[in-house]
Design a binder for this molecule. Structure first.
Ligand code: TRP
Length: 349
């Protein structure tokens, strides 16, 4: 998405930060988040959730945002939003985010964070907003005209990151234009009004992207994803229904055998084994055996996570308390930063 040169630079910075995080976790404030549009799946888990928990345990400050306002960037409804948000908190907790260490909150509940949008909008030009490749792709995928929010949400995402002075943002490559814009906004604000904001960098995952069961990008809308919240039976059913091919001999060949290879990649990541090695072991066992192996691999890995999730499902009051406490803390942080912003701008009356 981002052009190659800036990707190379971001990737190099990301490697440096990953190394420094091992030595000086206290220098880092992590902020990242998700849109509450449905249940989190294995792609989210291996691509980012697992890494967030590791950062939490390393001892840097960790903040996880449920980006509810971003839901309406490319859709016209907030249907199921409350249910999606509570379920997202359950997924987080089940995967090991600890609310005593990680601030979990929704940006709609943090007015002072949203208020940063006004000065930040003044720091970017319309042309800069128009050329964001991720916004363009999202607009095309949505089939909508460009709304004011879709055009400007990368600025709002800068508010998400900067309100807590986040300086490390674990994201996928598609988010790099937004991180670049956040850096620009922070730099311009600091130059114009005085230093309030840190320099922000992306932390790119070194785990290869896990494809869906059909080998395409994992996505709920393709029906090729396994959700963290699925039961063992639902998982088995989804894998059973997945499309393989007519060749009996199992080989790992993502390009020519997307279905077989999607299953192998899933089994590999859950067992920590090599996909080609699993393929060789199954060999003439065919897709029946491959599906059985993959189902067991997923269900074994996620059994303890799903068990924890059941406990949270049965205790919605606790889930709400976690979110309320996160929102309360986020408001405290945001009001402090907004105060600094108003002070820097001389807007103190
Ligand atoms: N745009 C991100 C996504 O679609 C979600 C998000 C919102 C985010 N605010 C953020 C990610 C701030 C990182 C930092 O996945």
């Amino acid at each position: 998405m981002a052009n190659e040169g800036s990707y190379e630079a971001a990737s190099k910075r990301s490697d440096e930060i990953a190394a420094d995080l091992e030595v000086h976790p206290e220098k880092y404030t992590m902020l990242t988040g998700d849109r509450p549009t449905g249940r989190l799946h294995l792609g989210h888990y291996f691509g980012t959730l697992k890494g967030r928990v590791e950062l939490q345990e390393k001892g840097c400050r960790t903040n996880v945002l449920i980006a509810d306002y971003q839901v309406i960037t490319d859709r016209d409804t907030t249907e199921h939003i409350q249910d999606n948000v509570y379920n997202m908190v359950m997924d987080y907790l089940a995967c090991g985010l600890d609310p005593n260490k990680t601030m979990i909150y929704c940006h709609s509940a943090v007015p002072a964070c949203n208020q940063l949008m006004l000065p930040f909008l003044s720091l970017v030009s319309e042309a800069e907003l128009q050329r964001n490749p991720t916004v363009k792709a999202e607009m095309e995928a949505s089939g909508h005209e460009l709304t004011g929010l879709l055009l400007t949400y990368p600025v709002h995402q800068a508010c998400d990151i900067l309100f807590c002075k986040g300086n490390v943002v674990p994201v996928g490559r598609d988010q790099l234009p937004h991180i670049e814009l956040t850096r620009t906004i922070a730099r311009r604000f600091n130059n114009r009004y005085g230093k309030v904001f840190p320099e922000v960098d992306a932390l790119l995952s070194d785990v290869p992207l896990l494809p869906g069961l059909d080998g395409r990008k994992m996505s709920k809308s393709y029906g090729n994803a396994i959700s963290i919240s699925m039961t063992a039976e639902e998982t088995a059913k989804r894998i059973k229904k997945s499309q393989t091919d007519s060749e009996r001999m199992i080989t790992f060949d993502p390009e020519n055998r997307p279905g077989v290879s999607g299953l192998l990649s899933t089994a590999a990541i859950c067992t920590g084994r090599d996909a080609a090695e699993i393929a060789e072991e199954i060999g003439m066992g065919g897709s029946g055996q491959l599906k059985k192996y993959t189902t067991e691999a997923v269900n074994n890995y996620f059994e303890p996570i799903r068990e924890r999730r059941h406990q949270f499902e049965a205790d919605l009051d606790y889930v709400k308390d976690v979110l309320h406490e996160g929102n309360r803390r986020a408001n405290e942080v945001a009001e402090k930063t907004l105060g600094e912003v108003q002070e820097a701008m001389g807007m103190v009356y």
